[in-house]
Design a protein around this ligand. Structure first.
Ligand code: HEM
Length: 462
């Protein structure tokens, strides 16, 4: 344990550490599992309301301790992996990423692998990604005509699939393998089911399909890596970064590791960005004043046909605040998990080896003490004089501490680019406004169908 963590977490002494308060109710043995499965957010919120910043309930026979509030979240995020482990908590992802990759590797090895992604996230690469996202978005709306209707979750799912596969996997995947890739990726995604918490290699059809898909993806990546090596072509993408990367001992990544890292980046970045883009547009359409301000900022910059460049997009503060606010109200990753590998004490509470520990961006962001009028969509809260996201560990849509999202800047840039291209050319209207959150799956998004009508702006530059 590092010196910096001594203040918040130490091996507890039985005399001083308190047991976290327990949520009322729950059945013998299975505890609150049924309530968790039926209404996860409701259960998390109830734990916070009844127990305060630290609360405990029973899930799948184990204690889960929920930490809510900036101080509690900071205490948790600052602990090293040897004490609170994401790898042990997310081991259902190991067959998807691959043994020895990301959560399937030792913490030090995983940290080295994550570090290898940095060159793919530098400013010069962001410039390339901006061009790709603007080109893909413009390309896809070229066939739209003057007016029509989209189903937003399918539309943004497809669009971010194109942009993510171009930026992460490279143009070969985007141009030659996109259909097969979509099929394989679908089987991988469908292989993430609750059974994985019990054992990630149970002999069930979903896991068999997942394992076949992972093996096929490995072959596809190997094929492209080989072709690139033969031809000397160098991509401006994550694949190239990983092909160039080396461990500290000089060893290059194997094709298995490259595949796993690419899958990890796709899983981390694709669905999360897609649902956030949909929520941003939905929330703006529900809030005409903010929509007007965002549209004005975009038109001022691009109505005359100026290129969508990295620099110009970075300047769109009003649009960025709207994206951030959509992400605060609708954090796609609503619970972040760790497994306690050692007994420890957090904020004076006892956490025992084997406990699950969690923070919930969803519950954290609904606290009026931290975000004024928390349930209201209000992008002004990030503006001068308020800056509610600046309080350390308050705004946690991208997590915090050593495992904070590495792709946050890329994600926000991508969503801003899509918004700029769309709102510069078209006006949009929601058909009905009763859109709810879809609580199926690990990444929460708006529940389809989400019907949105579009109409070309009279003065839109093409
Ligand atoms: C709106 C989009 C996104 C959201 C809301 C999001 C959210 C998050 C969150 C909450 C975590 C922390 C997980 C935890 O602590 O358990 C995380 C980690 C991570 N994210 Fe993102 N993410 C997004 C987009 C992306 C993109 C586009 C990429 C890459 C291209 C990416 C790469 C990663 C990686 C590699 C990690 C793991 C970091 C580590 O464990 O050290 N994310 N993300």
């Amino acid at each position: 344990m590092t010196a910096g963590t001594q203040t918040t977490a130490t091996r507890f002494s039985a005399s001083t550490a308190k047991t976290p308060p327990k949520l009322k109710g729950g059945l013998p043995v299975i505890g609150h599992t049924m309530a968790f499965v039926k209404d996860t957010i409701g259960l998390l919120q109830r734990t916070h309301d009844e127990c305060g910043p630290v609360g405990r309930f029973k899930l799948f026979g184990k204690d889960m301790i929920l930490f809510v509030g900036p101080e509690a979240q900071e205490a948790l995020f600052r602990l090293p992996d040897e004490v609170l482990s994401p790898n042990a908590a997310y081991k259902m992802m190991v067959p998807v990423f691959g043994e020895g990759v990301a959560y399937g590797a030792e913490p030090a090895r995983m940290a080295e692998q994550m570090h290898m992604l940095y060159p793919a996230l530098r400013n010069n690469r962001m410039r390339t990604y901006t061009e790709i996202v603007a080109r893909e978005t413009s390309g896809i709306i070229e066939s739209w005509g003057d007016e029509g209707e989209i189903e937003a979750s399918a539309f943004f799912g497809m669009l971010t699939n194109f942009t993510s596969s171009s930026c992460l996997l490279g143009k070969e995947f985007r141009n030659e393998m996109s259909e097969e890739f979509a099929r394989v990726y679908y089987d991988l995604e469908r292989g993430i089911v609750a059974w994985g918490y019990i054992h990630p290699y149970l002999p069930i059809p979903a896991f068999r399909r997942r394992d076949r898909a992972r093996a096929r993806l490995g072959e596809m990546v190997s094929e492209i890596v080989e072709k690139r090596k033969q031809s000397g072509y160098r991509g401006e993408d994550f694949l190239q970064t990983l092909m160039d990367a080396e461990y500290s001992d000089g060893r290059k990544l194997s094709d298995h590791e490259i595949t796993g890292m690419l899958v990890a980046a796709m899983f981390a970045g694709h669905h999360t960005s897609s649902v956030t883009t949909a929520w941003t547009l939905i929330e703006l359409l529900r809030h005409p004043r903010f929509l007007g301000e965002v549209r004005e900022e975009i038109h001022r910059r691009y109505a005359d046909g100026e290129d969508y460049t990295y620099e110009s997009l970075r300047d769109l503060e009003t649009t960025e605040n709207a994206v951030k606010e959509a992400l605060r109200i609708h954090p796609p990753l609503f619970i972040l998990l760790r497994a306690a590998l050692q007994d420890c004490e957090i904020l004076g509470y006892r956490v025992k080896k084997g406990n699950w520990v969690a923070v919930s961006p969803m519950v954290a962001h609904r606290d009026d003490q931290v975000f004024r009028d928390a349930l209201r969509f209000d992008p002004d809260r990030y503006g001068p004089g308020r800056e509610e996201d600046k309080r350390p560990f308050a705004y946690i849509s991208f997590g915090g501490g050593r495992h904070k999202c590495m792709g946050n800047a890329f994600a926000i840039l991508q969503i801003k680019t899509i918004m700029a291209v769309l709102l510069n050319r078209y006006d949009f209207d929601l058909v009905g406004d009763a859109i709810e959150t879809d609580f199926q799956g690990l990444v929460l998004g708006p529940k389809p169908p989400i019907r949105i009508r579009y109409r070309r702006r009279a003065s839109a530059a093409v």
